[in-house]
Ligand binder design. Structure first.
Ligand SMILES: [Fe+2]
Length: 197
């Protein structure tokens, strides 16, 4: 952690020197911003991650964001449509899950912005790139739980992929955020499987 802070400081200092130099005649020379970024060894001035690495992680996070949105909407459908003797239990449990997914959706989008990317925000885009598919008009409790288990296991697999990529690129922030999701979702997989018996 301390090492990272040192790197960040020195990069920021280097950049400010490049952006605000004074030539021999005493006149101020302003280096164009794009040149300054290049000469700063492809590092950004904000969080000391290479622009190309951030861009690759952003792309993967947008795919994850798409998956989350479709999964979230599926779970809302299970919450509304589930019927049968376990209605009261499942209705509440599904609400807990979609509420957690909603919070994570916002955190993932804001991580994308932190990495200088733009989060996708249209369902037409989500539908194109999500590997989790829409699950319509499901009302049987067991079928709802199976749909949730599919969504959770696919989400965990995608998160693990991104954690590996983030680790390779020294992006501990993304890796740590997604690791917390994986831990929470693995526990849910255990509990929903326990419900199935
Ligand atoms: Fe509700």
């Amino acid at each position: 952690m301390a090492k990272q802070a040192t790197t960040k400081q020195s990069t920021t200092k280097q950049d400010s020197e490049q952006l605000d130099n004074t030539d021999k005649s005493g006149e101020k020379v302003t280096t164009p911003k794009s040149t300054a970024s290049k000469s700063a060894s492809s590092k950004t001035r904000d969080i000391s991650l290479a622009a190309a690495d951030m861009s690759a992680i952003v792309e993967q996070l947008n795919t994850l964001l798409a998956n989350y949105h479709i999964f979230y909407t599926n779970v809302r459908g299970y919450h509304w449509n589930v019927r049968g003797s376990d209605f009261f239990t499942l209705h509440v449990k599904f609400e807990e899950l979609y509420t957690a997914l909603q919070v994570q959706i916002d955190e993932i989008a804001e991580r994308i912005l932190t990495l200088q990317g733009t989060p996708l925000h249209a369902y037409s885009d989500f539908l194109k790139i999500s590997s989790i598919k829409e699950d319509k008009n499901v009302s049987d409790g067991v079928a709802c739980v199976k749909g949730i288990l599919t969504g959770l296991t696919m989400t965990i697999a995608k998160e693990r992929e991104i954690i590996d990529l983030a680790d390779e690129d020294d992006d501990q922030g993304t890796a740590d955020q997604l690791t917390a999701y994986v831990q929470e979702q693995e526990k849910l997989v255990w509990m929903y499987n326990a419900y199935l018996g």
